[in-house]
Ligand binder design. Structure first.
Ligand code: DAH
Length: 339
């Protein structure tokens, strides 16, 4: 009998059904009233007490093993075998969370969309730069404070390789590598060695614009930025340009928009001035053109650069820059937009 039990055990072990029907068939063959294992119990009655002790244990083991294996097979097949599963079509679906775009991406895309409507094309630049493209080609004097250790993250000990401190480095590449007309946008990360606070960070995002062609004037620059401000902050938005200094533009200006909160009347966001600064800009300095091999007597151009965090904070009334980098879902989930 022990031999017979072993044979059946082997059959159960080898059994591998492909559907529920085969499992049921197997169950009837082995465990039903006339099944093979039940038959063993009938034969068992004819044994003497000594044999019963040994064989009884083995039959019970076989029965248990068979029952367990069939149950296991059944539950694994129930999921894949449609013919056996009753689908409740009225059951609500499992909901899953849709991600939202990061506010910096939303605003970056919005800025890009505004300028591409004016014919600007998005370009790309490296975050690791050399001194030439970040500073020298942009007319930064050797002793300019922006080159200082306190501002710039240098990578190489000779201070030639660095993390770009502004997206203006892309201008330097474009002017020496492309032929005018150039109308480009360069969004990306920039790095500065600054203490992290509500208003400053060692990593942030800028977007740079450059337009080089014959007869580009300061009026073109002003008109372009006026269009941008109205598209970005609303039709009633006004801009004003204040004279400023950047090594790579001459003349240079800083641009303010009428306060996005009070509309220009004065409030605590604009510190009662009615204006908020949004970007730096100017006409490309002839020195920069010459270094890049573009004839300043033939071509002129304008450039502008803005911080994406700054624009986002003004647009959404965000007071702390650090929120952009903390990935707190309670903050990020508020920006549920299609942009
Ligand atoms: N690169 C400047 C900065 O990081 C911003 C800037 C000013 C960019 C004037 C320009 C420009 O293109 O013309 O502060």
């Amino acid at each position: 009998m022990i031999q017979r039990i072993k044979e059946l055990q082997k059959l159960v072990e080898e059994f591998s059904p492909v559907n529920i029907a085969e499992i049921e068939e197997f169950r009837l063959k082995f465990l039903s009233k006339k099944g093979l294992i039940t038959e063993l119990f009938n034969d068992f009655r004819t044994l003497n007490p000594e044999e019963k002790k040994i064989v009884g244990v083995e039959i019970n083991k076989l029965k248990q093993f068979t029952t367990d294996k069939l149950n296991e097979l059944k539950s694994s097949l129930v999921v894949s075998d449609n013919s056996e599963v009753e689908l409740d079509l009225s059951r609500p679906g499992d909901s899953f969370k849709l991600g939202t775009r990061h506010p910096i991406s939303i605003v970056r895309n919005e800025i890009i969309s505004i300028f591409t409507r004016l014919g600007f094309v998005v370009g790309d630049g490296a975050e690791i730069e050399d001194d030439d493209h970040n500073f020298s080609k942009l007319n930064f004097p050797d002793d300019h404070p922006a080159r200082d250790m306190q501002d710039t993250f240098f990578i190489s000990s000779d201070m030639n390789v660095l993390l770009r401190t502004h997206t203006s480095s892309v201008q330097a590449h474009e002017m020496s590598e492309l032929k005018p007309p150039i109308r480009s946008l360069a969004p990306g990360r920039v790095y500065r060695n600054e203490a992290i606070s509500a208003r400053a960070h060692c990593l942030f995002h800028q977007i740079e614009g450059l337009y080089v062609d014959k007869n580009v004037s300061f009026a073109d620059l002003k008109q372009t930025l006026d269009y941008f401000a109205k598209e970005m902050f609303g039709e009633k938005t006004k801009i004003r340009l204040r004279p400023s200094y950047f090594p790579f533009t001459e003349p240079s200006a800083e641009v303010d928009v009428s306060c996005t909160l009070c509309g220009g009347k004065g409030c605590n966001v604009c510190k009662e001035t009615g204006w908020l600064e949004i970007l730096g800009c100017g006409m490309v300095d002839p020195n920069v053109f010459e270094t890049a091999g573009i004839d300043p007597n033939v071509y002129s151009g304008f450039a502008f650069g803005m911080g994406i965090e700054r624009i986002t904070m003004l647009k959404y009334g965000i007071k702390d820059l650090r929120l952009f980098f903390e990935n707190d879902l309670r903050f990020l989930e508020q920006f549920n937009t299609a942009y």
